[in-house]
Design a binder for this molecule. Structure first.
Ligand code: ARG
Ligand code: ZN
Length: 870
């Protein structure tokens, strides 16, 4: 069944108060609710039946205003409960039973390592009790949790208002959340947990207690998250004027979790991997990811909770905006350029692929079968780019006026993407009507840009043609409103002034299918620097020559575009290598690429992390996304060849780089140190491509002596990829021996093997799934092993006999029985079958077909597979 945005209607009934009472039992938890319900005056006349959502619930009783409702008056279905109503306002009491122990979907109330926890977004609350489970029903919640003393910590949203002992030896705690919220923001946690505590004083002087809860063994891994939280709280006050609003803010780490984390009011629940870190056990990447996710969830308190979504088609209203906010936060805390490069790389690989595939959808979708499938890169990352474009078009101050108005106007409401855009317009007297198409049209726009220079008149012009390929249900697209940030470089590499004010950078507003922008008084033909900072989520085509790209790499002052010039050059070189390979010619690496990489490596002025990014060849996934017909074998051959050539030719510079950026300073996860480690480890990985014993020894020495996980894991990955069998196996064993008790490190150990192009063979991946630490019921383990293989091991996954695809299909089918959300996500690589050359394409398609015919699929998996087969 498909749900359509156009069918939206306001709720028939509102719930002013929600009182919940839980008696926790692993195999039979009793839930009692008391809902203060009122006819919605905005919904029209009469008293239609009250429709409540409820899935997999054991209904025990229903009462209205204290009187049992007899079963003539209500109807139960697998999807919910419909009750006849004879009055406009009443108190509904329901009792039902649920079974947390059997809940492997990790949605609703479930157990993780003996700890009770919940995940209600998007539609998990209906697995707890019967309720109008839709975000536009906002209610004030009071929650009482009763449990045995084996669960000393009992948490829910808001403030604790009561606690005590029961006569039977159990105890209870009651929580009250003063802010009305939709059911998807409800949370409950019960367990034997320790916590760390800190406090934060808000701008207006209120003191907030901050607590992070984990199992005792992880209590030493909370400090980084706590520091990140305090930074995020300060940043949101300074940059958006947003203060926290409760007296307490709690975070809980949970090992079994479908996504990264969840912004439940006052009680954020996190995937352990996204909150726990220590220098010995977490890589720099993990430290930075934790900082970003802690901030993301915290920022939702305003962009998501105080102002929430009217319906799930508006998901990007909170997610796109909040990703934009967390990206800016991370940029302010670390290197802005590198953050941008990382985000754009992800967008260009995964989001562009999604936007060109069978599941392509607009930032505000028109329809869905299962909302869980729409927590996508398009909603999150492209949605963030859409907000960023508004920021670029309006400028910092005007954007802030818009966000102030948005928060003020809609505080306490459930609203739409349209309301967000309207606030931006109203606060600034601007017209974003054409811009709104970014919310309704799917697909990645393409800009074809050409230029012209008339020496006699001194006029330079840029002609921009925009187009957008068709996507499911959308054949023709109307032109987008695209901010295109540009500069013009003269032959000395200087930025030309673009107007009388002397500004050297300008945001062109592309609105037509074809449009020409003219610049007067230009004395020589300039080189355009286009889409600086990646000013819009589009593909830019301009016929840069290799020489022009080299020039940009030397003189471009926008770091993002400097990196992008390097990527374009590498892409051209890899294309040529792929052609050589297919034609059976000897491959020859472009000398321009070689000299470009050499000069980047020798440049000690540049931020080392930017150097590391520039030295990294586009991944196989990026190369695949950018080609019309993917030839996996040629991509792998070209990339391996280029890597080997670079390693051989740049050997001395790489070694110099390795030593220059090694140091004995104590570990700190700070931008400067992270940059040095990143470049050092990039050099090490290249050096070991040569497979020379002296470099493998260097890797071994780093592995043996590393004082932090970043250096240790980088050395291990290098040994696994390039070392002898013996070296690789003994390092893997040693690492496991040392870290087997640490869940996060074991996940890394799994991932590193499954994604190794050299050693992550299908046999090894199957063996890892038999490892005692592997658990099909744990999404992190699944993502490390199966996801590592299917998403990050391009070489082995695309093996010519199609066995990689068959394997994935098998696992997806098995997982669907346990956890539909994870299964539907994991199947993604197979949905790209149309992009591949004949043989692989057929094998991929066959694997997808196999999933379809395997029996009854969950709604989640069915939607993805059925849409991808056509
Ligand atoms: N709102 C959460 C976040 O962005 C993600 C929750 C996703 N849940 C789900 N079932 N898909 O931080
Ligand atoms: Zn979010």
């Amino acid at each position: 069944r498909t749900i359509y945005l156009k069918d939206y209607r306001v709720p028939d009934y509102l719930v002013d108060q929600t009182r919940l009472h839980f008696e926790l039992q692993p195999s039979g938890t009793l839930v009692r609710s008391e809902l203060h319900i009122r006819r919605n005056p905005a919904a029209g006349e009469g008293l239609p039946p009250l429709a409540l959502d409820g899935v997999e619930l054991e209904l025990l009783s229903v009462a209205i205003d204290g009187r049992e409702v007899d079963d003539q008056q209500f109807r139960v279905s697998p999807e919910g409960l419909s009750i006849d109503v004879d009055r406009p306002e009443f108190v509904l009491e329901i009792a039902n039973r649920i079974h947390p122990q059997d809940n492997t979907s990790l949605e609703g109330l479930y157990l993780s390592n003996g700890m009770y926890c919940t995940q209600c977004e998007a539609e998990g609350f209906r697995k707890i009790t019967y309720y109008p489970d839709r975000p536009d029903v906002m209610s004030r919640f009071t929650t009482t949790i009763v449990a045995s003393r084996d669960y000393p910590v009992l948490l829910s949203n808001g403030n604790e208002i009561d606690r005590g002992d029961m006569e039977d030896g159990r105890h209870f705690v009651t929580w009250e959340d003063p802010f009305a919220k939709p059911a998807y923001l409800f949370a409950l946690v019960a367990g034997d947990l320790e916590h760390v505590e800190d406090s934060f004083t808000t701008a207006s002087g209120r003191e907030v207690k901050l607590q992070i809860f984990t199992e005792a063994r992880n209590i030493g891994k909370c400090d980084h998250a706590m520091r990140s939280l305090k930074k995020a709280m300060r940043w949101d006050e300074e940059v958006y004027g947003r203060e926290y609003d409760l007296d307490i803010f709690m975070i809980v780490a949970v090992d079994h979790f479908n996504m990264g984390a969840m912004e439940n009011k006052g009680l954020n629940i996190f995937n352990s991997a996204c909150v726990l870190a220590s220098p010995e056990t977490a890589t720099d990447t993990a430290f930075q990811r934790i900082e970003a996710i802690v901030a993301h969830e915290y920022f939702h308190n305003w962009s998501g909770n105080r102002v929430t979504c009217r319906d799930w088609f508006q998901l990007s209203l909170k997610e796109g905006f909040t990703v934009f906010r967390d990206a800016e936060f991370s940029a302010d805390m670390n290197s802005r350029a590198v953050k941008r490069i990382e985000d754009v790389s992800m967008l260009r690989t995964a989001q562009f692929a999604e936007d060109a595939g069978p599941m392509a959808h607009p930032v505000r979708p028109d329809s869905y079968m299962e909302i869980s499938n729409f927590y996508t890169l398009t909603i999150y990352e492209k949605g963030a780019e859409v907000v960023r474009m508004i920021h670029t078009l309006l400028g910092e101050e005007a954007f802030r006026r818009g966000s102030d108005l948005y928060f003020e106007r809609h505080d306490g409401q459930a609203v739409t993407c349209e309301d967000f855009v309207k606030a931006m317009e109203d606060a600034n007297g601007v017209d974003l009507s054409q811009f709104r198409r970014w919310y309704s049209q799917a697909g990645t726009p393409v800009l074809d840009i050409s230029d012209d220079f008339d020496a006699a008149s001194g006029e330079y012009s840029l002609t921009v043609r925009q187009s957008c390929p068709p996507s499911p249900g959308q054949v023709e697209k109307e032109p987008f409103h695209i901010p295109l940030k540009i500069a013009l470089l003269d032959s000395a590499g200087k930025n030309l002034p673009l107007d009388t004010s002397g500004a050297t950078e300008q945001v062109l507003e592309v609105t037509e299918a074809e449009q020409t922008f003219r610049f007067e008084g230009v004395s020589e033909k300039p080189l355009p620097s286009i889409s600086r900072g990646f000013s819009s989520p589009v593909k830019v085509r301009y016929g840069y020559s290799k020489e022009q790209l080299l020039f940009l790499m030397r003189f471009e002052s926008d770091d993002f575009n400097r990196w992008d010039a390097c990527q374009r050059l590498a892409f051209m070189a890899m294309e040529a290598l792929q052609q050589d390979y297919r034609a059976g010619r000897d491959m020859r690496l472009s000398p321009e690429l070689l000299s470009a990489y050499r000069s980047v490596l020798q440049n000690r002025e540049l931020d080392p992390s930017l150097v590391a990014e520039m030295l990294s060849l586009p991944t196989a996934q990026v190369l695949a996304e950018q080609t019309d017909e993917i030839d996996a074998e040629a991509i792998v051959a070209a990339r391996n060849f280029a890597e080997a050539e670079l390693a051989r030719e740049l050997e001395e510079d790489l070694l110099a780089g390795y030593h220059a950026f090694s140091n004995d300073r104590p570990y700190r996860p700070e931008a400067g140190d992270i940059a040095e480690r990143r470049l050092k480890n990039t050099c090490l990985a290249y050096l070991c491509v040569t497979e020379k014993p002296e470099y493998l020894d260097l890797a071994q020495a780093q592995f043996d002596s590393a004082g932090n996980m970043t250096d240790s894991a980088a050395a291990l990955a290098t040994l696994v990829d390039r070392g002898s069998d013996e070296q690789a196996e003994s390092a893997l064993q040693e690492f496991y021996r040392c870290w087997h008790a640490d869940t996060q490190v074991v996940e890394l150990w799994f991932a590193l093997q499954a994604s190794s192009s050299q050693r992550g063979s299908l046999d090894r991946v199957r063996a890892l799934m038999q490892h005692p630490a592997f658990e099909l019921k744990n999404p992190n383990k699944v993502r490390s092993v199966i996801g590592g293989f299917a998403n990050r091991n391009f070489t082995q996954f695309h093996r010519a006999d199609g066995k990689g695809f068959e394997f994935l299909a098998e696992q997806v089918v098995a997982l669907d029985r346990l956890n539909p959300q994870v299964a539907a996500r994991l199947v993604t690589p197979l949905t790209r079958w149309k992009r591949y050359r004949a043989e692989l394409s057929e094998k991929m398609h066959a694997a997808l077909q196999m999933v379809m015919e395997s029996g009854e699929l969950s709604r989640d998996l069915y939607e993805v597979v059925s849409k991808s087969l056509v």
